[in-house]
Structure formats: C-alpha cells, structure tokens
Write a protein that binds this ligand. Structure first.
Ligand SMILES: Cc1cc2nc3c(=O)[nH]c(=O)nc-3n(C[C@H](O)[C@H](O)[C@H](O)COP(=O)(O)OP(=O)(O)OC[C@H]3O[C@@H](n4cnc5c(N)ncnc54)[C@H](O)[C@@H]3O)c2cc1C
Length: 398
C-alpha cells in the first residue's frame, strides 16, 4: 500500500528539527508537523537562555550543517570545575587532558532553534506548519495521522510516526505511553550574572546543602546561572532585594569568579524528572523531551535528545524501512543504556548533592576526590560529560 510519507515527525523543535534535517539527506519521504511558524522561531534568535552543548552534540550538529552557523557565537568550555560548599572535595576536568579543543560549548538556545528552523525551510522535507496533531490510529503496517492545517483537519498515512513534541507530548498522550514522573519539589532560579573574573573558559558546578549551582560562561563577560533549591526557598529567595539576593548567592557560590552582580531579571522553573520507560510502540517512537525530561542541573536534556534523533536517523537510513519492527527494536536497545544512564545519573546527582546528610556528604566528597586523583575515572567522567559515553550515530547519508 502506498503511504503519503515514510516518516511524519510531530514537533519541529531542536530535536525533531534535527531529525528532519538528517532524514532530509536520505531518499525517505518526510514531513514535519510544527505548531509554531518557523519564521517566528527565526526572528526569536535573541533569547537569553544558554544551553551547554557536549562535544558529542557539536559533532552531530556539524554533520547536520548547523554547527558552522552557530560556532562563531559559541563559547568554548575548556575546563569544568566541580566543588562542594564547606567540604574539601573538588575536581577540575580539562579539554587538554582529553585531547580536544573544548569539553563542550555554550550557545544560546534561541540561536540553535533559529538555525534549525531556517535549515528546515530549505531541506528536502515537507513543512506542515503551522499545524498540530489532532489524533492518530495505528494499523499493522502504517499509521494514519490527523492534523489541523490551515483550520482544516487532514489525515496522512506514514510508515513511522515520531513524537518530538516536547514535555507535554500529545503523541505520548494519544498513544497511552506510560510516563514515570518524579517531582523534586525544587525550583531552578535562572538568570545572567556579571562576574569580576575575565576568564570565560571555565564552567562551574557547585554543590550546596540546598541544591546545586551551575555557572556557565555566557557572552559579553556574563555567566549564566542555574541555581537549584527547594521550591519554598526559591520563592523566598526571589522576594529578596537585589543586594540580599547577591549576598546569598555569593555566600553559596564562593569567590571562584570574584564579585557577582545581577544583569537583568531572574526567572524560576519547577524541576521534575519524567521519562517513558518504553518509548517505542508499533509504528510510533518518542524522542527528546517527549521521551525524557531532565533536571537542567546536568545540562543534558538537549544533548540526550539530539543523540536520540541521530541514532534514529542512522537506524532508518541503514535498514529497509519495511522492517520497521526490527528497526525500532534495535533503536530502543541502542538508546536504552544511554537514556537510563543519563536519567539515573541526573537523579542521583540531585539526591546525593542536595542534602546535608553526613554520610552522603562523605560519599560525594570522597567521590570528587577519587575523581580528581584517578586519571582513568576522571577520563570516563569527562567522556560522559562530553556526550561520548554511548555509541555516536554515524549519520551515514549526511
Ligand atoms: C532552565 C533550563 C536549562 C537547560 N539547559 C540545558 C543545557 O545546558 N543543555 C542541554 O542539553 N539541555 C538543557 N535543557 C533542556 C533542553 O532545553 C530541552 O531538553 C530541549 O529543548 C528539548 O527539545 P525538544 O525538541 O525535545 O522539545 P521542545 O523544545 O519542547 O520542542 C517541541 C516542539 O514541538 C512543537 N509541538 C508541541 N506540541 C505539538 C503538537 N501537538 N503539534 C505540532 N507541534 C507541536 C512545539 O511547538 C516545539 O517546537 C535546559 C532546560 C531548561 C528548562
């Protein structure tokens, strides 16, 4: 039976968009259904949220032609400094010891979104935008996908439906995928900080009894703050005067970057961890935030989603698409370890590092010390941080 498309991707955000770009290089017939105008995403390229890209993500974005368009504005992270307030353990990872130019990069999320949106417009994929998913029905060898396009419902058939529609995924909801959710009753305060130090090559991860503080080099001498704490404490912290806020931040973060000042307003985000244990079903697969939504402390959400997109593209281009069951089985098997490791790692980091319990404190400090003293362990931690812990996609056709 002839299908309208081989693959329909719901959601043309950073993850779904990258999958579309990768598949656009193959002979597969692909459609992207995106609710927001791509042109609006392009004009929004000045957002302030910074995103930490691992070295592995840089390699994937390079293969997709995205990296050359964002690299000028990307800040290289040459060192990562991890410490624990009031305790002796600290470690420093460096790009030079891993024989790479950078452990990762900081790029504005809106800039990546804008470049992905622009590239999709010229890629060999059909852009059904603005359009949104209404419902879908799965048959033995196809899926019928109903979307709302130009105010009218339209049903299209495909061999594979990909849900890349973010944390509130409708593909996930309509397909009754089981979602496991954990609420940490924590919030992240995010904002831009002016620092005294002029060294912008180091990313800081500072653990305190209330929760972790991440400081990522931003642009123009600024650092991007992600400060995690219990929800009630976050609300109370947001009520402080600017001086009181900075005093509290400085006392928790220390003097690693000299005197800290606020640049603009801060925002809060509630922190939850959710993931779909089984993210493939007959003719349907979930990727990116639709499949797993992580605490931003480890800066891994997009990195993990990008690896989903790259490996799915790899699997679809390597095999005969008619054998969809085997393709999805192999994809799920390959992604399982990486997804479990990163979700488990992020969850453990939060539990281990957001407490003043003496035993946990000893464990995390001896962990940090061991990391610092044993080169192999440090190297493995660095590889995980760089997004090289799992098999990288080849994106053969690209
Ligand atoms: C404060 C904060 C800091 C972060 N820092 C980092 C970091 O440093 N490094 C990192 O790797 N990650 C980080 N992340 C996570 C990262 O931002 C996300 O993992 C990533 O944006 C997810 O991309 P996505 O494409 O899966 O989902 P989304 O970006 O949510 O995209 C989903 C797309 O689907 C579309 N859509 C939704 N529903 C429908 C529908 N029914 N029909 C059609 N289209 C639809 C939407 O319009 C959107 O374009 C951070 C997150 C936060 C909150």
């Amino acid at each position: 039976m002839a299908h309208d498309y081989d693959v329909i991707i719901i959601g043309g955000g950073m993850v779904g968009g990258c999958l579309g770009l990768a598949l656009g290089q193959s002979s597969l017939r692909v459609a992207i259904v995106e609710a927001r105008e791509f042109s609006a995403k392009q004009s929004d390229a000045t957002g302030k949220r910074a995103i930490a890209l691992s070295w592995g993500s840089r390699c994937i974005l390079d293969q997709l032609g995205i990296w050359p368009q964002v690299k000028e504005a990307a800040m290289a992270i040459e060192h990562i400094h991890v410490s624990d307030k009031g305790h002796f353990g600290k470690t420093r990872l460096s790009a030079a010891s891993q024989n790479v130019d950078a452990l990762g990069y900081v790029v504005e999320a809106a800039q990546i979104e804008a470049v992905v949106a622009k590239s999709i417009e010229t890629a060999a994929v059909d852009n059904l935008c603005p359009a949104s998913l209404v419902d879908y029905v799965v048959h033995q060898d196809s899926a019928d996908v109903t979307i709302m396009l130009n105010g009218k419902e339209k049903t299209l058939s495909c061999q594979l439906l990909v849900g890349a529609d973010g944390g509130l995924s409708k593909v996930r909801e309509k397909g009754n995928f089981e979602l496991k959710e954990y609420s940490y009753d924590q919030q992240a305060i995010t904002g831009l900080i002016q620092v005294e130090s002029d060294d912008q090559t180091v990313a800081y991860e500072r653990f305190t009894s209330e929760g972790p503080i991440a400081m990522l080099p931003h642009f123009d001498g600024l650092y991007s703050l992600v400060w995690t704490m219990p929800s009630d404490r976050a609300q109370q912290t947001m009520q402080l005067t600017e001086d009181e806020f900075l005093q509290r931040l400085q006392s928790r973060f220390g003097q690693w970057l000299g005197e800290l000042k606020l640049s603009g307003k801060c925002q809060t985000f509630p922190l939850n961890l959710s993931h779909v244990p089984q993210n493939t079903a007959d003719r349907v697969v979930l990727i990116g935030n639709a499949a797993h939504q992580l605490h931003p402390v480890a800066g891994q959400g997009f990195n993990l989603g990008l690896r989903d997109a790259a490996l799915l593209a790899d699997a679809l281009m390597a095999d005969d698409i008619k054998d969809m069951e085997s393709i999805l089985e192999a994809y799920a098997q390959q992604r399982k370890t990486d997804q479990m490791l990163i979700t488990g790692f992020t969850d453990n980091v939060i539990k281990l590092f957001s407490t003043d319990n003496a035993v946990f404190s000893l464990v995390r400090n001896s962990g940090l010390l061991m990391l610092d003293k044993i080169p192999l362990l440090k190297s493995q931690f660095a590889r995980q941080t760089m997004g090289l812990g799992s098999r990288l996609a080849r994106l053969k056709a690209v």
